[in-house]
Every structure is written in C-alpha cells, then in structure tokens.
Design a binder for this molecule. Structure first.
Ligand SMILES: Nc1nc2c(ncn2[C@@H]2O[C@H](COP(=O)(O)OP(=O)(O)OP(=O)(O)O)[C@@H](O)[C@H]2O)c(=O)[nH]1
Length: 478
C-alpha cells in the first residue's frame, strides 16, 4: 500500500502539526514585584476594623524571599536592601487604640461593622516569637510603633452616661431553686448582659416578704401608651408566678428601691464574667463554672434572721442576684482566650499569656454591672447595700467607685480547696445535695486537676485574689 506521506510537503505539514512548537520559548527574567499587590490592596482597604493581627504588622520585611535569579542579576542593589527593611507597624499601641475606640464598638475581635464577617479568619495571631522568644526584631524597633492612626476614631469620643434597660425577664428553675433571668440592653456595647435574680418570696403569690422584692425598674416601667397588659406580661413585667390562671402585670410605681430594717441582712450579689469554656464546655482550666453554680447556690440558701422576739421568723428565703457580664476571657474575648490557653500549655501562666497577646491581664469594666444593680434597686443610695461574693479586690473597688454600697465582701472558696481542707481536718464535707461528680458546670461537685490548681494559684499570687493559699492543701506549691 502506498504511503500517504511520500512527499516533502506532507512531512512538513506533519512536522508543523505534531512537532515541537516554535518559536522556542525564551526564558524571561521573573517579574518579582517589590510588594505583593494583594497585600498592598489589603492594607489599602484596611479600616478601623483592622487589628494588630492583620497584615499590617507582617508587612515588612517582604513576604517573598529574594529569588536566586534576582540575587545573581545583581542589577538592583535597592531590591537587596529590602532584606534590611525593619519592622514598622502602622498601628498605634493598643492602649491608644482602646482609648480612641467608640464605646459602641466591642472588643477588637468583634470586627464591628465588618462588611465581611469571614475577615476574622484573617485575624492571624500576632507573632509571639517577635516579642517574647527568639526575637529577630530588636526591642528598640518595637518602641517605634506609636504612630497615631488617622481613622474616624481618632476624634475623642465623649461617652454618654451609662444606661441599661431590662428587655425581658422569665422564670428559670435551677438545681438550687427558682430564679428570674433578666436580659439587659445598654448604650455602651452591643452585648446582652444578664442578671439572675433569686428572690423566691416574690415568686410566690402568697408569701409575705420581709424584704422588698428585687425587681427591675426599667422592666416595670410603662414603655408606651399602646402597650397592653399582655405585652407587659410577655416581656416579664408581671408579679407572682405566671401561669394559665395567674397573669398580673406589674405596675411601674410598685417597686421603687427601699431600704430594709437593720435586722434584715443585705442581699448577696455576684458580678460574674462569661466563660464559655468553664460554663458550657465544663473546662477544668478554671473555676468559672463552679463559681457561677456556687453563687446561685449560696444566694439561694435561706437567710438566718436574728431572733428579735419569739414570734419573729427564724429565717427567710435567700435573695440576691448574679449579674452576668459578657466579658469573656476577662474581657479579651474567646478568640484571644483560646490562644492564651495554648500559651499556657507552653508553660506561661494566665497573666503572662494575656500580656504576650498584647492584652492586659484583665480588661473588664464594671459600669454596666453597677447600672444593672441600680436598676434592680441593689446597692444604690436609697436601696439596700449589698454583700459582694468575690475574691477579687478590683470588683469591690470598681463598684464602690460607681457609687454602689458594698457592705461586705464574701469570699468564694474553691470547692476543691474546701474538700481538701476538710479531708485534712478529718471532717466530712457536706455534700450540698446530690451533685454529679467530675464536672465544673451547674450542679457540679468539687473537681480537682493540675490546670485548675495552677489557675487558682495564679489568681492568688499574681492577681491579688483574696484567698488563703494554705486552704489549697499544698501550701501554695501546686
Ligand atoms: N484571659 C483569660 N481569661 C480567663 C482564663 N480563665 C478564665 N478566664 C476568664 O476569667 C473570667 C473570670 O475571672 P476570674 O479571674 O476567674 O475571677 P474573677 O471574676 O476576677 O474573681 P472572683 O469574683 O473572685 O471569681 C471569665 O471571663 C473567664 O472567661 C484564662 O486563662 N485566660
């Protein structure tokens, strides 16, 4: 059979179709942009929401290593100089940024008004190594960072007086007895802070209380002329126990704060800060879940009354409140707290871990707590003083600064310390009712663990918490 490729032209055509392409590629020198355009765009687009964790700190020196080709060319000494560029942050120090922050903005991790919530995935951890480990940046460079940022927040913001409003209230049965949960809005942040009010006398339609009911004035107020009785009841402005047969809306004037007779002990109050890990996950890195539970338990205990006459009652139902503030991680937010835990696993304590992340040891504030207590008629000039359940001296000082009357500080001894100390003294600890062993959450019992010991010890030794370490049973050597 005759070949179809017997002519030169056929062979040339075949070569054209199947042979190596021509013209042959000329290797062009690599275009190595001085700065990554994507990084540039990110920085240019950055607004007030950009944090130290974003690109700005990691911008210099260049993120791209100089290629061998570039080095060989030797054509551009200036490019080589990029290697020597020092670390320059475009952010003011954190304390300046916090001062200039609008009060309505939350913590930096909240990314307020961020057009893209997923931006938070770019919220990379700051380079710990730079500051605290094998630093490649000399400390002097770090002190250059105080370049003020020109943002809309540079204008000092005048903070309006704090205002809170109880938006809703409902009955919550707890292992320790009934409570009323109050949800508050405020003009300082966008968070829903809470108050757990324990006042079972109020819960009963019949019980005659010796002390004024603990009620929210903003909840009991009339919100609008159009408001119906049912509107009020649904938002929690009712008296007694709500049921299908009992529906009595409260009246605004009925519960102004009043003082009590000296024979009635002041109510117990705790200001508690949110701890997702301790209260929801049951983390044994801290005692927060236990403290919340213990506070509700202690407040719910019947109050023993001084026996003024044989006819006077020996006790009255426990009463008080836990103000639950959404200041996770002592105010640094859950994201930073999770990072702090990893630093703690590397051997740092809770205070140092916060500092390494650029936070203060404690970033909480208590104005909102004071406003909520005032709304509940607790601790204010005209109302009752409060007994504050805490080991933290800062809380007492902060509330007093807000004009609240703290008549006594009641310590919170960790359950594990109590049971250890009881065991040492050969005393059988009161089991405080049936509880599930091994959890730190609501209804839990004393738990022990190395992390918890370390945390409690740091609270005493580094944060000034007022607890005698010998109770830990380790002479502080845990
Ligand atoms: N940053 C950080 N926060 C933590 C850590 N462990 C617990 N927290 C937070 O600490 C807050 C509770 O504060 P504590 O210092 O335990 O106690 P306190 O409220 O100051 O003092 P007390 O009234 O005596 O309980 C909660 O917001 C927890 O989320 C931690 O390791 N790091």
């Amino acid at each position: 059979m005759a070949s179809h490729f017997d002519t030169d032209s056929d062979a040339a055509l075949l070569e054209l179709l199947t042979g190596p392409r021509s013209p042959k590629r000329v290797a062009l020198p690599r275009r190595d942009a001085a700065l990554d355009p994507l990084l540039l765009a990110a920085v240019a687009a950055s607004g007030s929401h950009m944090t130290r964790n974003h690109y700005q700190h990691d911008f210099f020196p260049t993120t791209q290593p100089l290629t061998e080709g570039l080095k060989r060319s030797g054509e551009d000494a200036a490019r080589q100089d990029r290697k020597r560029l020092t670390y320059v942050s475009r952010q003011a120090p954190r304390r300046n940024r916090l001062q200039n922050q609008s009060p309505l903005e939350g913590k930096e991790n909240d990314l307020p008004g961020s057009p893209d919530p997923l931006k938070s995935t770019e919220n990379l951890p700051p380079s710990i190594s730079r500051k605290h480990q094998h630093s490649s940046v000399p400390p002097a460079v770090e002190s250059q960072v105080s370049v003020p940022v020109t943002t809309s927040h540079s204008v000092p913001v005048t903070t309006p007086p704090v205002e809170v409003k109880c938006m809703a209230r409902t009955r919550i049965p707890t292992p320790h007895g009934p409570a009323f949960l109050h949800l508050y809005h405020n003009n300082r942040d966008k968070k829903e802070h809470l108050a757990i009010v324990i006042d079972p006398a109020q819960y009963s339609d019949h019980e005659q209380s010796l002390a004024p009911p603990i009620r929210s004035r903003s909840l009991d107020a009339v919100w609008s002329e159009d408001e119906t009785e049912m509107d009020r009841i649904v938002r929690g402005a009712y008296v007694g126990k709500l049921s299908s047969t009992s529906q009595r809306a409260s009246r605004p004037s009925s519960h102004q704060p009043v003082g009590t007779s000296d024979s009635i002990p002041s109510p117990l109050v705790r200001i508690h800060s949110e701890c997702f890990t301790g209260e929801t996950v049951g983390s044994m890195r801290c005692d927060c879940g236990e403290q919340l539970d213990e506070a509700v338990r202690l407040i719910s205990q019947p109050i023993i009354l001084p026996q003024e006459s044989p006819a006077s009652p020996a006790s009255m139902p426990g009463r008080g409140a836990v103000v639950y503030l959404r200041q996770e991680g002592r105010g640094i937010g859950l994201l930073s707290k999770i990072r702090a835990y990893n630093l703690q696993d590397l051997g740092h304590d809770t205070v140092t871990a916060n500092l390494m992340l650029g936070h203060n040891a404690d970033e909480r504030s208590y104005e909102l707590a004071a406003a909520i207590l005032r709304d509940l008629g607790l601790g204010s000039e005209v109302g009752e003083g409060v007994k504050l359940l805490t080991n933290n001296p800062d809380k007492v000082v902060a509330l007093e600064k807000e004009g609240l009357r703290v008549v006594e500080r009641v310590p919170m001894v960790p359950r594990s310390w109590r049971s250890r100390s009881a065991a040492r003294n050969g005393v059988k600890e009161d089991s405080e009712g049936e509880k599930t062993a091994g959890v730190t959450m609501i209804g839990g019992e004393a738990v022990e663990g190395e992390d918890l010991d370390k945390y409690l010890r740091t609270k005493v030794l580094r944060m000034g918490h007022m607890l005698p370490l010998h109770l830990a049973g380790t002479n502080g050597a845990s």
